[in-house]
Design a protein around this ligand. Structure first.
Ligand SMILES: [Zn+2]
Length: 85
């Protein structure tokens, strides 16, 4: 289970990529270089250590924890289409 997400790296961003989001995707899918919601350039970011320290991956990636830290979860529905969960 990856413990990284994406976050806007330029000046342009939306609510989703401003604080970062986590994307569930197949291992074979290409890494994102753009926010699926607004098209802003994004970079891969690791979850901050203060979130992951002493926390299991399951807790780390729970909806509650993700939302608490301002992350958004996205699910890939089909090529080029993503949905917030
Ligand atoms: Zn965005």
């Amino acid at each position: 289970m990856p413990t990284y997400g994406y976050r806007a790296c330029g000046e342009k961003h939306c609510d989703v990529c401003e604080h970062g989001f986590e994307l569930f995707q197949n291992i074979s899918d290409e890494a994102l270089d753009k926010c699926p919601m607004c098209g802003a350039p994004v970079e891969k970011v690791f979850f901050p250590p203060h979130i992951s320290t002493g926390t299991s991956t399951k807790e780390l990636l729970s909806d509650k924890n993700i939302k608490k830290h301002g992350f958004t979860k996205l699910v890939r529905e089909e090529k080029g289409k993503y949905r917030k969960i």
